[in-house]
Design a protein around this ligand. Structure first.
Ligand code: ASP
Length: 413
């Protein structure tokens, strides 16, 4: 009882944010006309987060690599992180496919009332373009355009370059500069986080007021499949992974990091949420900064369980509306391409919609079909981004625990 009370205590920032979300949903539906007064507040909050996010990606990855100190340690961390990202994303898509097939019987052709106002111009992404786009040609351009993967690739190489510098004094100066900047950015994040209840209230209010909730009624079956899948993945799949492999209690961890999940929900952007995830993981949940600084920024762009799951469900849904039956082989192609498409999606709102063309093209679905799901995409984006960030946070804690355990056994064999 005491625990529940503490969990709902309105004086806590995390709870104020949750109440702000709930209040914004209700007021957004009842008084939509006020929304535009609140928009500037939401915009300022989002801009502050984004302004911190890009430099923070650089400094955090840099600090993580130089504090690992050797290529061997980087390899240990990197391999574990990549394995975790790929396996959990795969599992997420699998969950999506099983839910669609088992519970909803999507795949037998069904009528949907599509909102007519939505218009979608499909743009295809080829696999080649997709890989080449990971590499920057001008780092300042990548920074200015928020090309996160390019920034990560550059920072990785730059950090390794700094480690190889032989002039100790010069090397330390660069390292200290980045360490100081990283701490300063985290302090800034801490201040912005104090504004979360207001920022989140304004953003959610505006979205509910402008999008309305009616589209949910028409697309309820599809929305339900996505939401059930996301919920299952977050609680059962990731929960079991945390408990069995990471040896930590996911519920307790959730209570420590939930602020980041609410920010993810309202901003629908993993990248904008990064300052908050880094802050709560290190300062509240005690994840080693070395691990958090590597796993979280990388995860924010590469590890998107929610997006992968949603892309698979969306493909199956659109196929069913067009009366196209997808065979087992085609569903396996969806499994692979949705994983890739999620890796390629940027951590910004609606990024998943764009990379979804990869999945559609691979199984020969009409790209215009994406227009069918546009009406509720912004809402589903909020939920899938929350699961994307939850996946990153579980990964950070899990890898931290695994590395600590390995260190212990190395020291006392
Ligand atoms: N909005 C998602 C994110 O930032 C990406 C997407 O699925 O559109 O994680």
């Amino acid at each position: 009882m005491e625990k529940l009370k503490a969990l709902l205590d309105w004086r806590k920032l995390e709870n104020q944010t949750l109440y702000a979300v709930l209040l914004a949903i209700i007021l957004g539906v009842v008084f939509p006309s006020f929304a535009h007064y609140l928009k500037p507040l939401g915009d300022i909050f989002l801009r502050l987060l984004k302004a911190i996010a890009i430099p923070l990606i650089m400094t955090s990855i840099f600090v993580s690599i130089v504090s690992l100190g050797s290529i061997k340690e980087l390899k240990t961390l990197g391999i574990r992180a990549l394995l975790y990202y790929t396996l959990t994303t795969f599992l997420a898509v699998l969950t999506g496919l099983v839910i669609v097939n088992l519970f909803f019987g999507i795949g037998n052709g069904q009528e949907v009332n599509t909102p007519t106002s939505t218009h979608f111009e499909p743009k295809t992404v080829s696999l080649e373009q997709f890989f080449v786009s990971f590499f920057p040609s001008n780092i300042f351009q990548s920074l200015a355009q928020g090309q996160v993967i390019q920034v990560i690739v550059f920072t990785l190489l730059f950090a390794l370059g700094v480690l190889a510098v032989t002039n100790q004094k010069a090397k330390e100066t660069v390292i200290n500069f980045f360490k100081g900047s990283n701490d300063a950015l985290l302090n800034m994040a801490e201040w912005v986080i104090k504004l979360t209840p207001f920022g989140v209230f304004a953003i959610v209010y505006y979205i509910v007021a402008t999008h309305g909730l009616h589209a949910f009624v028409e697309l309820w079956k599809y929305a339900l499949a996505v939401l059930v899948g996301l919920f299952w993945h977050a609680t059962v799949n990731l929960g079991l992974i945390a408990k069995l492999i990471g040896k930590f209690n996911p519920v307790e961890y959730f209570t420590k990091v939930r602020e980041a999940l609410l920010v993810a929900f309202s901003t629908a952007s993993s990248s904008a949420t990064l300052p908050v995830s880094l802050e709560v993981a290190q300062r509240k949940a005690g994840v080693d900064p070395k691990v958090a600084n590597f796993v979280l920024p990388l995860g924010a762009t590469v590890n998107m369980d929610g997006t992968a799951l949603y892309e698979a469900v969306a493909a199956m849904f659109v196929a069913s509306v067009y009366g196209i039956h997808l065979s087992l082989e085609q569903q396996i192609i969806i499994l692979i391409t949705a994983t890739l498409a999620a890796i390629g999606a940027a951590g910004i709102p609606s990024a998943g919609l764009v990379t979804m063309t990869l999945v559609f093209t691979a199984v020969g679905l009409p790209l215009e079909g994406i227009a069918l799901i546009l009406a509720i995409d912004r809402f589903l984006d909020m939920f899938r981004t929350m699961i994307n960030v939850w996946g990153d946070l579980i990964g950070a804690k899990l890898i931290d625990n695994l590395l600590k355990k390995e260190k212990k056994t190395e020291n006392n064999p």
